[in-house]
Design a protein around this ligand. Structure first.
Ligand code: DX5
Ligand code: ZN
Length: 222
């Protein structure tokens, strides 16, 4: 079953716990945590403490951490210790990616590698057999509420084909500009996990329910 991961970037930080609990009660699968450093991307959001606080409020809230930071290797252990369940590092900035994927996995966390829209899938070749997830950015990272860049769906299809052909195990996640109007196309391309910021937290209760229903009821044609 495909999963929905609401991004707390679009939540109301004044009532963050409430927003997260409501999302989980409605059936959201993961909580997507966008960490930005003001360097890899212009805005600054938050660090590992947010994960620690989320996990102390609800240990079952699965924290899918997306590190949009210049030196992700320096922060991995902080997020491990905070209780992150999955840690995504951007292949454009990680030094010694193989080493840091191993470090994440040795600490019994899931390891993901993220690609920006213009970064080709070919750059991921040696990561594919190792990782638990590939996160495909469908917008240039940094801001919620942007439009999905169409050509990124070709990368999802490419990753899906490589996965089937080589019997790899990674999940394919997409992040940015996903709404009810394009969600089925994105799922059909081969996506396993949909990140939704604006489409979830800026939506009515009915729209939130619909989003979760569409994701959970989707059946991939083989
Ligand atoms: C963008 C972030 C996304 C963002 C998605 O840099 O990585 O997770 O919150 O937001 P929407 O769904 O609003 O495009
Ligand atoms: Zn993200």
């Amino acid at each position: 079953m495909a999963k929905l991961a609401p991004s707390i970037l679009s939540a109301n930080f004044y009532k963050l716990g409430e927003d997260i609990e409501n999302a989980l009660k409605l059936g959201a699968d993961w909580i997507h945590v966008d960490v930005m450093d003001g360097h890899f991307v212009p805005p600054i959001t938050f660090g590992s403490k947010i994960v620690k606080d989320i996990k102390s409020g609800n240990k079952n809230a699965f924290c899918d951490v997306h590190l949009m930071i210049t030196n992700p290797q320096d922060q991995i252990m902080q997020f491990v210790e905070a209780g992150a369940d999955l840690i995504n590092i951007h292949c454009e900035v990680v030094h010694h990616g193989d080493r840091f994927i191993n470090l994440i996995k040795e600490n019994n966390k899931l390891a993901g590698v993220t690609v920006n829209p213009a970064t080709p899938v070919s750059l991921l070749e040696h990561y594919l057999p190792l990782v638990d997830l590939i996160l495909v950015m469908s917008v240039n990272p940094g801001y919620g509420g942007q439009k999905c860049i169409g050509y990124t769906l070709k990368k999802i299809e490419e990753l899906k084909n490589l996965k089937v052909k080589n019997k790899y195990n990674y999940l394919i996640e997409i992040d940015g500009g996903i709404y009810l109007k394009n969600i089925e196309t994105v799922l059909k391309a081969g996506t396993d996990v949909i990140v939704a910021g604006s489409a979830f937290f800026n939506a009515s209760l009915e729209e939130k329910k619909k989003l979760i229903e569409v994701v959970h009821n989707f059946k991939q044609e083989c």
